[in-house]
Design a protein around this ligand. Structure first.
Ligand code: SAM
Ligand code: MD0
Ligand code: SF4
Length: 364
């Protein structure tokens, strides 16, 4: 193990065998060494600062039927809402005042935006511009697979990030999870976003039947995509979905994948989402090397989470007041806004230099 960790510390990308070896560590002593190595690499690139993302789920309507998702189209038990522009701006401003570094605008592939041609998407573009100007903060957009010209317009309107998670890079597993969706189209949108100078986030779902080889395959795909942020989330079984009675995965699965992710993507952002185990799950994710806390949701706005649609929201635990004490207890601190915008700027310079206007796509 020591040889493998030293190779990682030297910045070498690990082989599939080495990745699988680390993912299967069982002895608590070995796991502690792995996590300490992940934390030391986080410290090398981010010091003790943590970035904090506010989350506004603007619409829970969706035309797709992902088998794992509470908001899949055919789930009649799902919570459906679409917030108005003023409600979204109000929530975003409250998050900004609370001190978050970014606003993540997420939605299902809502026909209201997707099936009204130019009119629908222009409304989304205007929303991004309004949230950006009202909060003065960087904006992430997670709208699903939008048309190429819309992605470009979202970037020009002020979207700094495009988050579109593949969940897995096993095409067979993808086909089972994201029924009726194109693997290639979803991957290519991330390449395209970089072509427009928009930072990208890739995401893995774990505990959904993926093998260690699948995870190693994903790491290779993430490396090829050269994303600026990469995450892993444990699958949370959802009421009214085909995977409702699936067993929840061992929480350690996410933490192990996250720690190895830090070894491989040392200078990139890796989130600890509050949307899986809530605030109580934050420490383990920081211990595994995360440097971003995501899914802070303001109470009293009727806003939902994705994997945890209500956990810790109305009791105001997915807030700065909830998160800051956990950071302090772990020798960490919220970054200054300038430190985050500075990090985004240096990443974008690299992305524009390497990818602007370059036609990169991976697959049909
Ligand atoms: N609808 C857009 C899309 O699918 O790209 C954006 C939002 S989507 C709701 C965000 C992500 O939440 C999914 O890509 C998936 O990784 C995660 N997610 C959804 N349901 C989940 C579940 N039951 N457990 C864990 N993560 C889940
Ligand atoms: C999160 N609930 O950060 C949010 C969501 C989508 N860009 C993010 C999954 O966990
Ligand atoms: Fe829709 Fe996204 Fe949920 Fe899939 S994951 S059903 S695209 S909201």
């Amino acid at each position: 193990m020591e040889t493998i960790l030293n190779r990682a510390k030297d910045g070498l990308f690990l082989s599939k065998t080495e990745i699988t070896f680390l993912l299967n560590l069982k002895a608590s002593g070995d796991i502690s060494v792995l996590f300490e190595t992940a934390r030391s690499l986080r410290r090398r690139f981010f010091g003790d600062k943590i970035f904090l993302y506010g989350f506004v789920y603007i619409s829970t309507y969706c035309r797709n039927n992902c088998r794992f998702c509470f908001y899949r189209n055919s789930n009649s038990d799902s919570l459906r809402y679409r917030k108005s522009a003023s409600e979204i701006i109000d929530a975003a401003c409250q998050l900004a005042e609370s001190g978050v570094h970014l606003i993540d605008l997420t939605m299902g592939e809502d026909p209201h935006f997707f099936h009204r041609g130019r009119k629908g998407f222009d409304e989304l573009v205007e929303l991004v511009a309004a949230v950006k100007s009202k909060t003065g903060l960087p904006v992430m957009i997670s709208p699903g697979v939008v048309p190429d010209h819309v992605l470009e317009k979202l970037g020009l309107a002020g979207a700094d990030w495009y988050a579109c998670y593949q969940e897995t890079h096993s095409r067979a597993l993808f086909k089972r999870l994201r029924t009726g969706q194109s693997y290639g189209e979803r991957m290519n949108k991330k390449y395209l976003a970089h072509g427009f100078g928009i930072l990208t986030e890739e995401g893995l779902l774990c505990g959904i039947g993926e093998s260690d080889e699948d995870v190693a395959e994903s790491f290779a795909a993430i490396r090829e995509l050269d994303v600026d942020q990469t995450r892993v989330m444990n699958f949370v079984p959802q009421h009214g979905t085909p995977m409702e009675s699936a067993l929840p995965p061992d929480p350690m699965r996410e933490f192990m994948i996250m720690a190895v992710m830090r070894l491989l993507f040392q200078d990139r952002c890796i989130p600890a989402s509050l949307d899986v185990d809530g605030l109580d799950g934050l420490k383990q994710r920081l211990d595994a090397g995360a440097n971003v806390v995501t899914s802070l949701v303001p109470p009293g706005k009727g806003l939902a989470g994705v994997a945890q649609n209500s956990l810790d929201i109305e009791d105001a635990r997915r807030t700065m007041d909830g998160v800051l004490p956990v950071l302090t207890e772990n020798g960490l601190r919220p970054a200054l806004q300038d430190e985050y915008t500075g990090w985004i700027r240096q990443r974008r310079e690299i992305v524009v230099r390497q990818y602007a206007r370059k036609d990169r796509s991976c697959c049909a």
